[in-house]
Design a binder for this molecule. Structure first.
Ligand code: PMP
Length: 356
């Protein structure tokens, strides 16, 4: 029988002040536009593959994810040795830092950007270097280049940027890549790549083919609709993928996730057609928000950013009263996922009735 709630075991002192990753909330009866998920559930073909895979869960999964890797080789045209599968791309973010950094090594990223970057950097024990966004809510590549020091091992470049939706253009990214020392890995986090329709936004895989120090992160969580199964991948030079596989928690990408990812690649045309519907809605939602007086940066992702500053918490509450869950970054802004047309209408009505 224990008589204390807290043990005397010594956990790392620095973790006491580290905030945990805060996921988007699910509230029964409310529309969730808080986690950049796609609104539709799995395709029948993907559900069927999941059901078949469920019969094998008494076996360990293929820890090398060989079949999924082979399918990505066909899709991307890069060798298997340059692909690492991970338990969501967030896991690959952490693995990349573990693979490249020890204490005192620096990880550069824009801020605000993906919430997990500071957390996983801290957990690994490396140093964070946060570079403010431009006034237009975009990555400031000149400032990011200037932030690189001899201690920098890795730079996260999130494009489209979560949570602002802004993207980099080919010329500016190439100029940045030219300025980065060859021993620094530039990680192009392309979690929202499939929602990009601006031809001037670079494709990380093309850049990877031409350069030595690039890694590209992609995920099955967003456009492929498998957020609940946790599978993503990293394309990187072989020495990097070899290191990523060493820090991988064995078996962490489960069998059902691997099979569902393969079935999603089989159904890519259907899934991308669904994404195009979201992209049409993205334009409508942004236009209607602008017409309602909001300042909304151009977005190439499946979400919009409302830079509301001090009014963010009030906006969040107002949306909750209208049964819409958005993602609030208090004091900064709100990120709102594009849902179905009906869901978007409920959100737009809430946004229109908010007094700023
Ligand atoms: N990168 C970015 C930019 C993201 O927004 C997310 C998810 N919010 C991820 C990586 C991680 O996605 P997952 O782990 O589901 O693949």
């Amino acid at each position: 029988m224990r008589d204390e709630d807290v043990s005397n075991v010594q956990t790392r002192a620095d973790l006491a002040t580290l905030p945990s990753y805060v996921p988007g909330r699910t509230i029964p009866g409310a529309i969730k536009l808080a986690s950049n998920e796609v609104p539709a559930g799995p395709l029948p073909s993907v559900s069927a593959a999941i059901a078949v895979a469920a019969a094998d869960v008494h076996r360990y999964p293929d820890t090398a994810a060989g079949e999924l890797t082979a399918r990505l080789v066909d899709k991307l045209g890069v060798p298997a040795s340059e692909i690492a599968i991970g338990c969501g791309s967030v896991s690959l973010c952490q693995q990349l830092i573990q693979a490249l950094c020890t204490e005192r090594d620096e990880v550069v990223f824009a801020w605000r950007s993906f919430e997990a970057y500071p957390i996983v950097t801290h957990v690994v024990g490396a140093q964070q270097v946060r570079v403010p966004l431009t006034e237009d809510h975009a990555l400031d590549l000149d400032a990011m280049a200037a932030a690189i020091t001899p201690s920098t091992r890795l730079v996260f470049v999130c494009t489209p940027n979560n949570p602002t939706g802004t993207t980099l253009r080919t010329a500016e990214l190439l100029r940045f890549l030219d300025s980065v020392p060859p021993n620094v890995l530039v990680v192009l986090d392309e979690a929202y790549h499939e929602f990009v329709n601006d031809p001037d936004v670079p494709n990380g895989i093309d850049l990877f083919r031409e350069r030595q120090n690039i890694a590209v992160l992609r995920t099955f969580s967003k456009a492929y609709g498998l957020a609940g199964l946790r599978v993503g991948y990293c394309v990187a030079p072989e020495d990097v993928t070899t290191a990523l596989k060493k820090v991988y928690v064995p078996f962490s990408v489960n069998h059902i996730a691997q099979v569902a990812a393969i079935a999603s690649l089989d159904a890519e045309d259907e899934l991308m057609a669904r994404c195009r519907e979201i992209m049409v809605e993205r334009v409508r939602v942004r236009d209607e928000l602008i017409a309602a007086g909001y300042d909304i940066p151009e977005t190439q992702a499946n979400f919009v950013w409302l830079p509301l500053g001090e009014r963010t918490a009030a906006f969040n509450e107002h949306c909750l009263e209208h049964k819409v869950v958005v993602r609030a970054f208090v004091g900064d802004g709100a990120r709102v996922t594009i849902g179905t047309p009906e869901e978007n209408d409920v959100f737009l009505a809430a946004a229109r009735s908010f007094s700023r």
